[in-house]
Each structure stands twice: as C-alpha cells, then as structure tokens.
Write a protein that binds this ligand. Structure first.
Ligand SMILES: NC(=O)c1ccc[n+]([C@@H]2O[C@H](COP(=O)([O-])OP(=O)(O)OC[C@H]3O[C@@H](n4cnc5c(N)ncnc54)[C@H](OP(=O)(O)O)[C@@H]3O)[C@@H](O)[C@H]2O)c1
Length: 258
C-alpha cells in the first residue's frame, strides 16, 4: 500500500515511515527536504500519484498566532485539493487531545481550523488526537520559563512517547477511514508540574518548577481535565520513567529533543 507521509522527516513522521516500511508498505516521506512543500503545492501531485493514503504529521515552523494559522490552513487546503485529485481514499491527520476545549491557545485554534477543513472536504478521513509527547517536555518548560522558574498549572496530563504515537497513527493509516476522530494517549496520568519537574530533573536541568493554577500553557488557561482524553482512548505502552532512562538520541529527528 502506498502511503505518503507529509512531514515524514519530522519527529513522528520519521518513526512512522520506518514502521510502515517494516510492515511492507511503500511509505514515502514528503517534506521540503524531499522536494514536497504543502504551502506552495510543489511536488505534491507527483508524491501523491497512486497513493492509497496520505498522513499529515507536518508542523508549523512557527507557533506565532498568524504564522501557525496560515501554515495549517494553507497547507491543509493544498493537501486536500491534491489528495482529492489523486483519488486518495484515506486522509489521516495528527492533532491534539483537547484541541476543541482550549480555544485560547493560538496553536490549538489553528489545529481546529485544520480539522474543520478536513471534515468539510469530502475526502474520507481519520483525525488522530494525541496527548503531549514525552519529547515535548523541554519545549513546554522553555515556553513556561521566566528567569529560572517554570510555572505550570497542576492539572492532569497523560503524555505519551513519540514511538507510541507513530505506532498508533500507522495502525490507523492502514485501516479504513473512520470519518471521525480517535484519541491516543499514554499509559499514566501525572500532574502537569510534576511531569515537567521529573523530566527536567532527569536531564539535570536546574530550573525550579512551580505549580501555579493560572499559569498559561501556550497562551491558554487549563482546567483539571482539559488535556485528558475520554475513557475510550487507545493507550500506548511506554512509561515515562522507562523513556527517561533510554539513551538520548544523537541526531535530531525533528524540532523537539528529549
Ligand atoms: N508535540 C506534541 O506534544 C504534540 C501532541 C499531539 C499532536 N501533535 C501534532 O503532531 C504533529 C507532528 O509533530 P512533530 O513534533 O512530529 O513535528 P516536527 O518534528 O516539527 O516535524 C515537522 C515536519 O513538518 C515538515 N514541514 C514543515 N513545513 C512543511 C511544508 N511547508 N510542507 C511539508 N512539510 C513541512 C517538516 O519538514 P522539514 O524538516 O523538511 O522542514 C517536518 O518533517 C503536529 O501536527 C502536531 O500538531 C504534537
């Protein structure tokens, strides 16, 4: 089965390409690095020729409000247009658990706009909502840092390993389109501040992590369960402590590093 992975050189995309190839699929990594640009349309027609499925795991280089909205709306419009023209029968996109509940976040508003375009396009689709990746812990901390203090609300979070995300997205991509949304999450819940404290401490990062009910997460105030999936979420296997004890990869496979 030919499956095109948009963002196939990124954190999730590169893992997804490997896993699909291990299972005998023709997985094509598509990104500016491989001559495919969803913002301009360059290379899309050729990449999607004879593809059964396309999986969008691309990400905006900038999380700034206008830039991120422009990225997800322009890239998704282009991708849907080329996917329909190529006769793609399954359009899969990766988004974030709680997206619809957190409209104060410019990033998640852009993801909501992306999802709306997909739902309206008429191409059979599945939207996968994943929780925060373990690999994203440092980026979250950096965003929430003032001086040497990281402020985060002590709400619940159920993060997952990028490996588990790629596995789940791969299974969905080779299955039938659900024309709906599926949630995937990690096997354990944490308090947000405690997760980040553990993650930084394991990397000998000296910053203090302080629980602050009103601290914002990428611009949004959270409630106790904003980041938590419903009870029927598909759960990954990798536990945070086990992941922390793995060696740190030497080469970058995307923007987020452990
Ligand atoms: N971080 C989290 O905790 C989290 C949680 C749930 C869902 N998600 C979602 O997961 C998705 C993937 O995230 P990630 O961390 O794997 O991303 P990433 O490592 O930053 O990779 C982004 C990919 O997008 C590609 N890309 C950028 N601009 C492009 C363009 N114009 N045309 C085609 N490809 C382009 C990049 O290609 P180049 O390298 O060539 O630029 C790269 O392959 C995102 O949509 C995000 O919303 C993230």
């Amino acid at each position: 089965m030919k499956i095109v992975i948009i963002g196939g050189t990124g954190l999730i995309g590169s893992k997804l390409v490997s896993k699909l190839r291990e299972h005998g699929h023709e997985a094509v990594a598509a990104s500016p690095d491989t001559g495919v640009n969803t913002l301009t349309g360059d290379g899309l027609a050729e990449a999607l020729r004879d593809a059964a499925a396309v999986v969008d795991v691309s990400n905006s280089p900038s999380f700034e409000e206008k830039a991120v909205m422009d990225f997800f709306t322009t890239s998704t419009r282009n991708l849907l247009k080329f996917a329909a023209a190529a006769g793609v029968t399954h359009y899969v996109a990766l988004s974030v658990v709680g997206t619809e509940r957190i409209p104060d976040s410019p990033y998640l508003r852009a993801k909501t706009a992306q999802e709306a375009l997909i739902k309206d396009a008429g191409v059979p689709y599945t939207i996968v909502h994943a929780t925060q990746f373990f690999e994203f812990v440092k980026r979250i901390a950096d965003e929430a840092t003032t001086g040497t203090t990281v402020r985060l609300p002590p709400v619940l979070i159920q993060p997952m390993a990028a490996d588990d995300v790629a596995k789940a997205v791969g299974r969905i991509a080779v299955g039938p389109p659900l024309n709906g949304m599926v949630e995937v999450a990690g096997p354990q819940q944490f308090r947000f501040d405690e997760l980040i404290r553990q993650g930084l401490s394991a990397r000998h990062d000296p910053r203090d992590v302080v629980a602050d009910q009103h601290a914002r997460y990428f611009g949004a105030e959270l409630t106790e369960r904003s980041l938590i999936p419903a009870d029927d979420a598909r759960l990954g296997e990798v536990r945070f402590q086990d992941w922390l004890s793995l060696p740190i990869p030497q080469s970058a496979g995307g923007a987020q590093q452990r």
